[in-house]
Design a protein around this ligand. Structure first.
Ligand code: GLU
Length: 430
């Protein structure tokens, strides 16, 4: 099923694989519907329905207590048709080859929708990050880089932060890659600390990008952002930055939540105070400000925009029935199940798809890669300006496609993404 770093191309992710997870099913169903809509030729369709490479490695770590723990690591490259593989590296107990495979394909479509010169890839280690101290996490990262080094590189495959990985992990990554290859090549990963070739604004990029497309969507729906009500599920890197950015723009963030539950205040929460206290380790459910509410209640609030920014598959058809927001902004990867899409469409809810709503992060990753390769340093203003224009251009492209083909924004984003990758593949001859 999987192979060693030097192994051959995988042949496993066929159209008929039974999907173990809702995310895998969603990725497959959305791809198949898109391939039908585009009438993709059979060969290209088969090629894009599979990964180009799938790698599984065993990562031994001698822990501080003397135990030799062995972790499973994965890296999947879905496509390099438009450029090197690009996509996050997550450290989570739920990581599996199937999950990483689906997320790698989503990265291909996301990079293509944003018109970035990247393919799609994803990696992960099946580990509970909280169980490891920093020296152990560094050893684990080194083991991963050591095992996969021949497959990585600025022109081959470029990881980035994802769930439970951060700039520190990326810094260890650069160091381990330098130790393995003998040259310091910061462009081997993005999302690095500023001190080691990171880009200004990368840490906030997903939230900033989401705020830009939400602004465009509100304008298209005639919603005045000043005083508009928004509910955000997820108060991690993306959800928190989005909440702070929106609050600064005069939007009323009326509800936010984390895994403990959330806070709700129809007159608007003090999100800056919540972010400060949460940074000190508190759970939102235990903090002051507004009333408590559950994650389920948050999804059913009567607001102008609802933002699932945490988990995959939260909008099931049943939950979608209860959505009262006019706009749903997908910031998590795959938060809406395919069977929930028609429910939202029939209720005239405008869904901004994850391929666009979560693309701010990888877009600034591209800026970081460009800066590393040209030996340049951009100001925060320049990063923000370029992010704004890139997000606006992608919004325009997706909404124009939706109008031209009388399809939803989600269908339009999938059409654009798959079509662009398919075009590159067929010009190259597959
Ligand atoms: N993990 C992020 C994503 O899913 C960022 C990937 C990247 O910057 O390469 O889009």
């Amino acid at each position: 099923m999987s192979d060693s770093p030097s192994g051959s191309t995988s042949d496993t992710a066929s159209d008929s694989s039974p999907d173990a997870s809702p995310l895998a099913r969603a990725a497959r169903v959305n791809f198949e519907r898109t391939a039908d809509r585009l009438e993709l030729p059979k060969g290209i369709r088969t090629l894009l329905s599979r990964s180009r490479e799938e790698h599984e490695v065993s990562l031994p770590v001698l822990r501080a207590n003397g135990e030799l723990a062995v972790y499973r690591g994965f890296r999947v490259v879905h496509s390099t048709a438009r450029g090197p593989g690009k996509g996050g590296l997550r450290y989570a107990p739920s990581v599996s080859l199937e999950e990483v495979r689906s997320l790698a394909a989503l990265m291909s479509w996301k990079c293509a929708v944003m018109d970035l010169p990247f393919g799609g890839a994803k990696g992960g280690i099946e580990v509970n990050r909280r169980e490891l101290d920093d020296p152990e996490a560094r050893t684990l990262t080194r083991a991963y880089v050591h095992a996969l080094a021949p497959l990585l590189g600025p022109d081959r495959d470029v990881p980035a932060p994802d769930m439970y990985t951060d700039e520190q992990v990326m810094a260890w990554f650069v160091d381990a890659y330098a130790a393995t290859t003998g040259t310091l090549q910061p462009a081997v990963v993005t999302g690095k600390p500023l001190a080691l070739g990171g880009s200004r604004g990368r840490d906030r990029a997903t939230g900033l990008g989401a705020a830009i497309v939400l602004g465009a969507a509100m304008e298209s729906r005639g919603v005045d952002p000043d005083g508009a009500q928004v509910a955000i599920q997820g108060f991690g890197n993306a959800g928190r930055v989005l909440a702070l950015e929106l609050a600064e723009q005069g939007v009323r963030v009326v509800a936010v939540s984390d895994s403990s539950g959330g806070r709700h205040d129809p007159s608007g929460l003090d999100v800056a105070a919540l972010a400060r206290e949460k940074a000190q380790g508190a759970s939102l459910a235990d903090l002051d400000g507004g009333d408590t509410l559950t994650n389920e209640e948050l999804l059913a609030l009567d607001v102008d925009a609802l933002v699932p920014a945490a988990l995959e598959g939260v909008l099931t058809p049943e939950v979608a029935e209860g959505v009262r927001a006019g706009i749903v902004l997908e910031v998590a990867n795959g938060p809406t199940l395919p069977d929930a899409d028609p429910v939202l469409r029939d209720a005239d809810v405008l869904v901004i798809p994850d391929l666009l709503g979560s693309a701010g992060g990888v877009t600034v990753s591209w800026f970081e890669w460009v800066q590393n390769r040209s030996g340049d340093r951009w100001s925060l203003e320049k990063v923000k300006r370029r992010l704004e224009s890139r997000m606006q251009a992608a919004w325009e492209a997706v909404s124009t496609r939706a109008a031209d083909d009388s399809i939803s924004l989600k269908e339009a984003a999938w059409s654009l993404g798959v079509e662009r990758v398919a075009a590159a593949e067929s010009f190259r001859g597959g």
